[in-house]
Every structure is written in structure tokens, then in C-alpha cells.
Design a binder for this molecule. Sequence first.
Ligand code: 4NP
Length: 156
Amino acid sequence: MRRILFVCLGNICRSPMAEGVFRAEALKRGMAHLEIDSAGTGSWHLGSPPDGRAVAAAAARGFDISGQRARQVGPEDIARFDLLLAMDEDNLATLERIAGPDARAKIRLFLDFADGSGTRNVPDPYHGGADGFDHALDLIEAGARGLGDYIASFSR
Ligand code: 4NP
């Protein structure tokens, strides 16, 4: 388990926040071997930095995601990454379609790793206000902790 890709729709809100939060989680746990990235299933925002609301919400919790740039997920990502984590069930279905039956085992819902979050999806905050970004970060931080525990369980 070395390469981890977070995937949402636009790659400007949820998956960049997940990348930033999990980078910090991996650093805290000394998991220097991990390669962490994010991508979107859509192509609207290619090359763009994360949404300003995502940058601000992440910064308020100590995560700097401003240097990220949006890209679209493709078949080469399915081959390259060991774990592809969808932020919601729509993204999951898209990834599974791109991957085909052989690669489905490495495609999961991110929140499957979050203990007690009570939901499977990180809701898309793009069309709402700042509170949607905060809620997304709550879920993402829970997912990042659970994912850290999961990966640590391999390295013991
Ligand atoms: P994300 O949010 O998938 O969390 O990056 C979105 C960003 C942009 C759009 C949709 C969702 N869009 O339709 O442009």
C-alpha cells in the first residue's frame, strides 16, 4: 500500500482537501513512503488551484492546499495507484466504470475508513456556503484518521 489517490468530481474542493489532510496525517505518523495525490472525474477545472473556500477552510485548520492544481483521473491512474478513494458514490461508480472488473478491489469509498461518521458520502460543497466546506473537512479528518490506522495495520 504505497500510492493513494483521492477522487472527487471537480478536484477543486473535496479531494484537494482530502489530499492535504491525509498528507498531514501521513507526516504525523512517519509514513514517508506514501505517495498521495488527488484528481477529479470531470474536466471543467483542469490546471486550476483549489476553490478559494476550500483553501480558506483548510488553512483555518492548519492545512495548506493552495499549491495543488486540478487534473482529471484516467486509466493510467487506475494502473498506477494502489488505493483509489472516492469521495462519494457517484465518483465511485465513475471510477469503477473506468477501471473495469479487474481493478475494482482497489477502488473504495473514502468514508468506509471513517469510524462512526454515519454517512458514506462527503457531500459536494461547491454550490453551498462555507459551512459545507467545514462539514466536508469534519468527515475528511475522520476518514484520514481511519485510513491512517488501516495503513498502519499493514506496517506492523
Ligand atoms: P469537488 O466539487 O468535486 O469537491 O471538487 C465540485 C467542483 C466543481 C464542480 C462540481 C463539484 N463543477 O461542477 O464545476
